[in-house]
Write a new protein. Structure first.
Length: 123
């Protein structure tokens, strides 16, 4: 069996959860519960994701050096399995769910795209 490298783990599509509150935002990787990052509401989304990536790298390096098992994300994204099974939602409806209803569990690719768009509009 081939050893999995740092680059292998860094390239995996981990599922990220987010919690927004009046003070800022906290994100964490579901499969790697010790990988967390947070920013105040006056700090950038870019900083939030840089901090999370830095923490993910540090944690994975530490686990590899100890020879400990590193959990991997599911092969299929659980979010999309339950979300819009019938394919009936329009893009605006997804945005409404994310922003207006306070949904807090979206895949990283959705959060990055959406939050970067909000960040760019706020400048």
């Amino acid at each position: 069996m081939e050893d999995k490298t740092l680059d292998y783990y860094l390239g995996l599509p981990f599922y990220v959860k987010a919690r927004f509150n009046g003070e800022g935002c906290e994100v964490w990787i579901e499969e790697l519960p010790h990988c967390r990052a947070s920013v105040r509401k006056d700090e950038s989304v870019e900083k939030l994701f840089r901090l999370l990536e830095k923490e993910k790298r540090r944690w994975i390096e530490q686990m590899l050096s100890r020879g400990e098992e590193i959990p991997e994300p599911p092969k299929r994204d659980p979010f999309w399995e339950e979300f819009d099974k019938e394919g009936e939602l329009e893009e605006w409806q997804v945005r409404e769910m994310l922003y207006e209803r306070g949904s807090s569990e979206f895949p990283l690719r959705v959060l990055e795209t959406s939050l970067f768009a909000i960040s760019a509009r706020g400048k």
